[in-house]
Design a binder for this molecule. Structure first.
Ligand SMILES: Cc1cc2nc3c(=O)[nH]c(=O)nc-3n(C[C@H](O)[C@H](O)[C@H](O)COP(=O)(O)OP(=O)(O)OC[C@H]3O[C@@H](n4cnc5c(N)ncnc54)[C@H](O)[C@@H]3O)c2cc1C
Length: 512
């Protein structure tokens, strides 16, 4: 039997293990550095409440992935708890699960997310409608309109992300809604970021795309498939958050005979004659016929005897790290002025972008609205996640949990989102390398890829494993392509690297 070693127990590593065991005749060992499964897509448990790192929508334009998910976790067939209480009409799936009595259920959720800027809510992505005009005032609206028209007439050379946004939204809207947030997210001004990033992330998302979307809504011709991803209005979500699905995949893997070992951080790859022969975790050696790696490319290369130039490029690959502060509060001071009814009448947003330049906070997740089952008392408390983009080792990253929570609470109070003594409980989570970034040595990445592809039995999968802004579905597809290639005895890696490169498939993520 072929010995297959998989590095990492996130969506990519777990999908690879599951698919390989389905093909059969393999011995699978999955090495996970942490003591939990799911990677960035894990569910964190704290005091009876559950947190999702970032908020993971289960949505893919690839029907194979949607089927994969719903085969494992049947879709909600009856309204969820909040929908029942409030009497919402929800899409029903024949034969689907009842979330009130069953745990293994994928909920169908409404996507609501808006921008919070200067104590007012704006649509995300920003739209020229009556609400925006009311929030901005007539003067700013007129300025925004003229600057949009002027950007249509005089296109700037698309040499950086700033010009890319200005060409599509005009200078005024760009400086209100894109400049500060992009800088918070990447720690760099949009002028220093390549326009290629914008082309990949916001393909087709412009005032024209937004207007088209509004027209199709009015004409009732809208469906998820031909809609820009940032405008998609429903998504699937496991009852207990994304980690529930990944923990379940882990159980299937062990049931099918795979080994999952925790606390095993891979530090070295042993190579010989163009092949990887073993993987090492400190002194412990795991022999391998095939190695599937979802660990960050930077760490992988550092664990190999790579040429100096390849090491230089790998070590120069940039990442953005992430801290999320979970706060359990009695109530939010944000009034629900929408016509959407929610449990406890809180604002209906799943997540809120914080555009104000005066605070470090990037986004607020409202876990009650992702799944009421993530919260111990969803009718009497609000469980939120405050997201901060930072760099591992910077002053924010190094704060003690107490300092960090108190910083976050102060910012929320300054923004008027919570009142004094609102906080009941808190928890901080740090996530290293949450975002692989496309600047610095990234433009030379092909050399690293070529070097790694030189090892015929080494497969790079997933998000950091490929240093690509892959979502769960893309990360899974890289694993599925790998499992298919191994099962068929192929060594060509192009199908694995080609995932999430086709223009049509690029998705605008809510992080941008
Ligand atoms: C804020 C945020 C929001 C997101 N929202 C969505 C969304 O709405 N929808 C969506 O589809 N995707 C979303 N994503 C993307 C999603 O999280 C990733 O695509 C997915 O988790 C990547 O899976 P992976 O297995 O490649 O990597 P990871 O999830 O990073 O898992 C890698 C695993 O490898 C382990 N590991 C690392 N190094 C080693 C080592 N040396 N030895 C052993 N183990 C190691 C890690 O501990 C980890 O468990 C979001 C990401 C972020 C940051």
């Amino acid at each position: 039997m072929k010995k297959i070693v998989i590095i990492g127990g996130g969506p990519a590593g777990l999908t690879a293990a599951y698919e390989l065991l389905k093909h059969g005749d393999v011995e699978v060992t999955l090495l996970e550095a942490d003591n939990t499964l799911g990677g960035i897509s894990r569910t964190v448990r704290h005091g009876g409440n559950r947190m999702d790192i970032g908020g993971h929508r289960f949505f893919s334009k690839d029907e194979r992935i949607m089927k994969w998910w719903s085969d494992l976790m049947p879709l909600q067939g009856k309204p969820a708890f909040d929908d029942r209480v409030l009497g919402h009409e929800k899409p029903f799936v024949k034969g689907g699960g009842d979330p009130e009595t069953e745990d293994n259920v994928m909920l169908i959720r409404d996507r609501v997310s808006r921008i919070y800027y200067k104590k007012a809510f704006f649509d995300y992505p920003v739209t020229m409608n009556m609400n925006t005009i009311k929030n901005m005032g007539l003067l700013t609206t007129a300025r925004a309109g003229f600057s949009y028209l002027s950007s249509c007439a005089h296109k700037l050379p698309e040499t950086n992300l700033e010009n890319f946004y200005i060409n599509r939204f005009g200078k005024v809207l760009y400086s209100m809604f894109f400049e500060g947030y992009t800088e918070k997210l990447w720690g760099r001004h949009p002028r220093e970021i390549s326009a290629e990033w914008g082309a990949q992330r916001v393909k087709g998302l412009s005032i024209v795309a937004i207007l088209k979307d509004m027209v199709s809504k009015v004409l009732g011709r809208k469906n998820n498939k031909n809609t820009e991803t940032s405008l998609i209005e429903q998504f699937w979500y496991p009852k207990y958050g994304p980690g529930q699905l990944w923990e379940m995949v882990g159980s299937h893997v062990t049931d099918m005979g795979g080994r999952i070992l925790f606390g095993k951080e891979v530090t070295e790859l042993v190579t010989e004659g163009g092949r990887v022969t073993a993987v090492k975790c400190g002194d412990e050696v795991f022999e391998a016929d095939e190695v599937i790696s979802s660990m960050p490319v930077k760490d992988l290369v550092n664990g190999m005897t790579a040429p100096d130039d390849i090491r230089r490029i790998a070590n120069g690959l940039p990442y953005r790290d992430f801290v999320t502060v979970g706060l359990l509060v009695d109530k939010l001071r944000l009034k629900n002025l929408t016509n959407k009814r929610t449990l406890g009448n809180i604002v209906p947003d799943c997540w809120i972008y914080v555009q104000d330049k005066g605070v470090k906070l990037g986004r607020i997740q409202i876990f009650n609205n992702w799944s009421p089952y993530m919260v111990k008392d969803p009718a009497g408390s609000v469980w939120i996640g405050l997201e901060y983009f930072c760099a591992e080792g910077d002053s924010f990253w190094n704060m003690s949990e107490e300092e960090c929570v108190s910083f976050a609470v102060k910012e929320l109070r300054k923004m008027g989102v919570i009142g004094r003594n609102a906080v009941i409980d808190s928890h901080r989570e740090k996530v290293k390398k949450a975002y692989p970034a496309y600047f610095d040595t990234y433009e030379e990445f092909d050399k690293v890829k070529k070097y790694l592809d030189g090892f015929e039995n080494l497969w790079c999968v997933g998000r950091n494993g490929q240093h690509r802004y892959n979502n769960m579905d893309h990360s899974m597809m890289t694993a599925i392509e790998t499992a298919n290639a191994i099962a068929a005895g192929r060594t060509d890696k192009s199908a694995v690297w080609n995932v999430n490169t086709e223009k049509e498939y690029h998705e605008q993520r809510k992080a941008d």
